[in-house]
Design a binder for this molecule. Sequence first.
Ligand SMILES: Cc1cc2nc3c(=O)[nH]c(=O)nc-3n(C[C@H](O)[C@H](O)[C@H](O)COP(=O)(O)OP(=O)(O)OC[C@H]3O[C@@H](n4cnc5c(N)ncnc54)[C@H](O)[C@@H]3O)c2cc1C
Ligand code: FES
Length: 276
Amino acid sequence: MNLWIPHAAEVIGKRREALRVHTLRLRLRDEAVRRSYRFRSGQFNMLYVFGAGEVPISIVSDPDESGVLDHTIRIVGKVSAALVGLKKGDTVGLRGPYGSSWPLEEAAGKDVVIVTGGLGCAPVISVINYVANRRDRYGNLKIFHGVKTPKDLLYRARFHAWQKHPDTEVYLTVDHPDREWKYNVGVVTNLFRQVRINPDRSIVMMCGPETMMRHAVRDLLAQGLAEGRIYLSLERNMKCAVGFCGHCQFGPAFICKDGPVLRYDRIKEWFGTSEI
Ligand SMILES: Cc1cc2nc3c(=O)[nH]c(=O)nc-3n(C[C@H](O)[C@H](O)[C@H](O)COP(=O)(O)OP(=O)(O)OC[C@H]3O[C@@H](n4cnc5c(N)ncnc54)[C@H](O)[C@@H]3O)c2cc1C
Ligand code: FES
């Protein structure tokens, strides 16, 4: 598959996840292109809607599920609205996959700790699905997810389903509970005081607002976790997705080709500086 050229992909399914959030299931129209397309969990595609524009969107389907590519999209502006407005049978331009992936080989045999916050973070959904579908390859799975209010909690059914997987713990928290909320209250990092993470066995994968991630990294390091065991997925505005235009520059790295998944010890100098 030529990474530079958008290929036609058909919308073969569309599912509403929450208000303004939908999952599009795409299938590359050309059979040869479809057969040669491979991605790893954590990577993204550039999706192009004719007449609207092109944006980076993470791939949330399972890499071993052949032929289909799921993308969960939140409407924030023109292109995301145009994507969500597509119907079954419509065509988008798709180029990719781009970027780095979650360290799933390195995590084999270890405990996996997922930390996520904010309004649904697509890159971690893909890694949770991946580990949940291959429980025998990984140790304990802990999922920490924090949002502002209960109505901001996307994928509620999936969190409940993951909780039922063997050796899997799900911790949900909100800043402002309502009467029905029966889980934790407070920022996601408060949970690290209640739940023991084994620093020698664990690998952490994190995605969400950068302020949340900065606090989470600080607290995990204080618990004895090594810097090289923490991975973050970062987002920046993108245009080319191949390291040419400079839109996504982050210190000496480009989020499109060196990221979006980056190991903390390799980026800590820039991650600690706001506005980079
Ligand atoms: C690697 C990567 C993976 C992504 N994966 C997903 C995904 O799976 N699902 C999804 O819904 N979105 C994802 N995004 C974000 C998505 O690309 C943007 O929401 C989209 O580009 C917005 O385009 P738009 O034309 O709809 O809105 P615009 O009109 O371009 O933007 C609307 C508002 O959103 C802000 N904005 C735009 N892009 C970003 C960004 N990357 N980070 C923070 N604020 C931004 C703008 O500053 C503006 O305020 C990802 C971004 C990156 C870099
Ligand atoms: S988007 Fe062009 S360099 Fe990353």
